[in-house]
Design a protein. Structure first.
Length: 572
């Protein structure tokens, strides 16, 4: 039954712990020092968090959107408190030791938002993220806190143009490989460098940021239409304002809490959206982590089931032709979800942010355009653009993006490298050959620590024209922009004694993406002998955040999480 809008909020206001009563006089003085008066102190308190910063174009344009959300909160009867949290630019940290901090930052973001919201007893939360780990970090915080919450993605940059064709950062990475292969001049690379990233915003392909933005809409934690709209479109300010108003409606009892939205059904829907768009393999890491915050066991096996039964229907980069801007004009996330729903690949009774079902929210969405998004009855590929492989080389699973691949089966001898740098050096020097299976180990969550992305290496391979002539297998991660026969997240990782630790140069490895198999073709008794003499790789002494992370982090197939999950907020 609906309440009269003049009624007091239906949900308890935790913020009253900080302002009501004589013993809260000192607390109120701090609020008055910030310009609040009796009327504003009496309002619900809403945290507005962003990863605004000058370290990446992904986050550089978030502040105006956060300001617009604050206006929406005030319009809805609340009072906003803006704060920021960290981000690590995957682009700047790629292919050196700084990448160890990327996945770690996901936990730092979730933990820091929890600390601020709990410490100040805010009643609700609006969050803005841009770069890859900021999206799952904020979503994890919202589900962990389970207070009225709305997420909004900051948007992707517009693509550049180089020699009459769209260009993005991934072209620059691959251009380095082309120069090393002698198929591009350094002058051309310098020209491309200046053309491929013309605006603020995240990378424009269906890489990790755009994939997780689509996940946020699919889970119901973000308003429809926010994921694929480019960062520089001023209509984003209206959507941000609407997000601020929406969180106030939820606080007043007119919408669901995060754990009402994040259910097994909505998680399966999110997996379907990733598979249907050839999204980032990192979603296989982040979805279990978001589920963990809700107390739902949702592992890579669950992800694999959905990936296998969902068709690839969106023709998006890096495996396809189109970018986020194109998908926005073709109907955005809603167009993908409508096509999947019509094909019977979604749970239509999952809830949305408005409190309606997904089926109800998609009722007026137009049919797909047939180019950027196809009908589920006429897919690009019968199964999803991302596949989970299993076998004796990865009993806990490994992930590969098959969208755009021409070769789905591969067998060859292993070339083993004990860290990313060693493999990158070999690739730079072209000290490998067609048919090799490059192995990079000791790069998992614990072994890295931090589970680095390998885009620097994989882009070099692709740029050298070897993207499907070799395979790469690692217990580390890949960027959403990685393409080629690249298999990551192999578990158990080397540091945990997983089979990848036992591979030797020359061992035959079989990859079959159609049958979802990753096999080390070495007899079991020989592997047993190797295990008897195996020793963990020696690494430098750890301290600081990496030491804490390595002690706490769990395995990749469970989301690489660092706490027991499903926290409750004690009252009082």
């Amino acid at each position: 039954m609906k309440r009269d809008p003049s009624d007091s909020p239906a949900r308890p206001l935790r913020s009253r712990l900080t302002v009501e009563g004589m013993d809260r006089t000192p607390h109120r003085t701090f609020l008055r020092a910030m310009g609040l008066d009796d009327e504003t102190i009496a309002r619900p308190f809403v945290g507005v968090v962003s990863t605004q910063g000058e370290n990446t174009p992904c986050s550089l344009g978030l502040r105006p959107q956060a300001e617009a959300a604050k206006t929406g909160v005030v319009m809805g009867g609340g009072w906003p408190f803006e704060f920021t949290t960290v981000s690590v630019s995957d682009g700047v940290s790629m292919n050196h030791r700084g990448m160890r901090m990327s996945l770690v930052s996901r936990e730092l973001i979730a933990d820091s938002v929890e600390a601020v919201v709990r410490g100040h007893a805010y009643d609700a939360l609006v969050g803005f993220g841009g770069c890859d780990k900021t999206l799952p970090g904020l979503l994890m915080a919202m589900v962990r806190l389970n207070c009225p919450s709305v997420f909004m993605y900051g948007g992707a940059m517009l693509p550049g143009e180089w020699r009459g064709k769209p260009a993005s950062t991934v072209n620059a990475y691959e251009g380095v490989g082309a120069v090393l292969a002698g198929t591009m001049s350094e002058a051309d690379l310098a020209s491309l460098e200046r053309a491929c990233s013309p605006t603020v915003g995240s990378c424009p392909g269906q890489f990790t940021a755009n994939t997780m933005a689509m996940v946020s809409e699919t889970l119901g934690l973000a308003l429809p239409g926010t994921a694929m709209m480019p960062a520089v479109f001023t209509e984003r300010l209206a959507l941000a304002r609407a997000s601020g108003q929406a969180v106030m409606r939820i606080l007043q009892g007119y919408g669901p809490l995060p754990r009402d939205l994040v259910t097994r059904k909505s998680l399966e829907n999110a997996c379907a959206a990733v598979a249907a768009t050839g999204g980032s393999t990192n979603a296989g890491l982040h979805l279990p982590a978001i589920a963990h915050e809700a107390g739902i066991r949702f592992t890579l096996d669950d992800v694999a089931d959905v990936f296998h039964r969902t068709p690839l229907i969106a023709d998006l980069q890096p495996g396809g032709r189109f970018l986020a801007r194109d998908l926005h004009y073709a109907g955005g996330t809603s167009a993908v979800l409508r096509s999947l729903l019509d094909g019977g690949y979604l749970h239509g009774d999952a809830l949305t942010l408005a409190g309606t079902t997904l089926r109800e929210s998609l009722a007026q969405v137009a049919a797909p355009d047939g180019q950027v998004v196809r009908s589920a009855s006429a897919p690009i590929h019968a199964t999803g653009g991302v596949v989970v492989l299993k076998g004796n080389l990865a009993p806990d699973g490994a992930l590969v993006k098959i969208a755009g691949l021409k070769t789905l089966a591969f067998e060859g001898p292993a070339r083993v490298f004990d860290c990313e740098e060693d493999c990158t050096e070999a690739v730079r020097n072209r000290a490998y050959k067609a048919g090799d299976v490059l192995i990079i180990r000791n790069e998992g969550p614990v072994g890295g620590p931090g589970m680095r992305e390998m885009l620097g290496t994989t882009a070099l391979i692709y740029g050298q024209g070897m993207g499907e002539k070799v395979a790469l297998v690692t217990d580390g991660r890949f960027s959403g922009a990685t393409r080629g026969l690249c298999i990551g997240y192999a578990g158990p990782e080397s540091a945990a004694g997983g089979p990848i630790a036992l591979v030797r140069d020359g061992d035959r490895i079989r990859i079959d993406c159609e049958r979802a198999i990753l096999e080390l073709l070495v007899p079991a008794d020989e592997l047993a002998r190797r295990r008897e003499v195996w020793q963990p790789a020696r690494r430098e002494r750890l301290a600081g955040v990496l030491e804490k992370y390595a002690r706490l982090v769990g395995p990749a197939h469970q989301g690489a999480v660092t706490h027991s999950g499903a926290m409750a907020w004690p009252e009082g």
